[in-house]
Design a protein around this ligand. Structure first.
Ligand SMILES: Cc1cc2nc3c(=O)[nH]c(=O)nc-3n(C[C@H](O)[C@H](O)[C@H](O)COP(=O)(O)O)c2cc1C
Length: 218
């Protein structure tokens, strides 16, 4: 990976702490990173779900087409909208300033955690990423209790990668700037239904760690 000195934005969303597989993998990524790191922990410091004044301001902005980020404040109509915009602008700025974004994403109910979705809904304010992300790299590190690869009984149940791939490419992220790293079968020690799959779980974690080392290699 080039441009190691540009800021890295690490976004964690696991409700687990030290036990979290995604947090351990995003920590490994950060240990290998040689530039500035900014950390947003959506479990410890949740982003509030969007409210009606956010939607109202969003519609007003959309009617004007693409509005430069710093002109949006002038369209705020009241204190409720101001409060929503004040909660939103720093998150958008942080994301636009990052050259690499590292997302730690546990699988919850076949999809992404609500904490991450609340952040996505808030940062994706109308128009603010138009032409802003062509050089931004995204590394998405997921962990799943089960397995979802080809030939598994739950093939087709993975609504994490397809959702995030569609969301990010629609936002303007180039496919070559998007990498997914999956650790599967993480609940093998807890769920009797997964007994006997310990080796596969170990291999999946080893592959995920190796992939992170590759992605952070100079
Ligand atoms: C609320 C919740 C929902 C979950 N849903 C799923 C699921 O749909 N499929 C699955 O394979 N594992 C599921 N799991 C297990 C997690 O994906 C697994 O524990 C993973 O390691 C979570 O990432 P983390 O270790 O970084 O927290 C769920 C766990 C929780 C807490």
């Amino acid at each position: 990976m080039t441009d190691m000195l540009a800021p890295l934005l690490r976004v964690d969303s696991s409700a687990d702490g030290a036990e979290s597989v995604t947090r351990r993998l995003t920590s490994l990524f950060v240990e290998r990173w040689r530039g500035e790191v900014r950390h947003r922990d959506l479990a410890a410091d949740p982003v509030p779900p969007i409210r009606e004044p956010y939607a109202r301001l969003g519609r007003r902005v959309e009617r004007r087409g693409i509005v430069p980020l710093h002109d949006i404040a002038a369209l705020v109509a009241d204190d409720d909208e101001r409060r929503e915009w004040d909660r939103t602008l720093p998150l958008i700025t942080e994301l636009r300033e990052a050259r690499t974004v590292l997302l730690g994403v546990p699988m919850y109910n076949f999809s992404v955690p609500a904490a991450l979705k609340a952040w996505i809904d808030r940062v994706t304010f109308p128009g603010v990423f138009a032409n802003a992300l062509p050089d931004t790299r995204f590394v998405v590190v997921t962990a799943r209790g089960g397995a979802y690869g080809p030939g598994t009984p739950r093939e087709g149940f993975d609504f994490q990668e397809p959702y995030l791939r569609t969301y990010l490419t629609n936002l303007g992220v180039r496919p070559e700037n998007l990498a997914f790293v999956h650790a599967e079968l993480t609940r093998v020690g807890d769920l009797p239904a997964l007994a006997g799959l310990e080796d596969l779980a170990e291999k999946s974690l080893t592959r995920a760690r190796e992939r992170i080392l590759e992605l952070t290699a100079a």
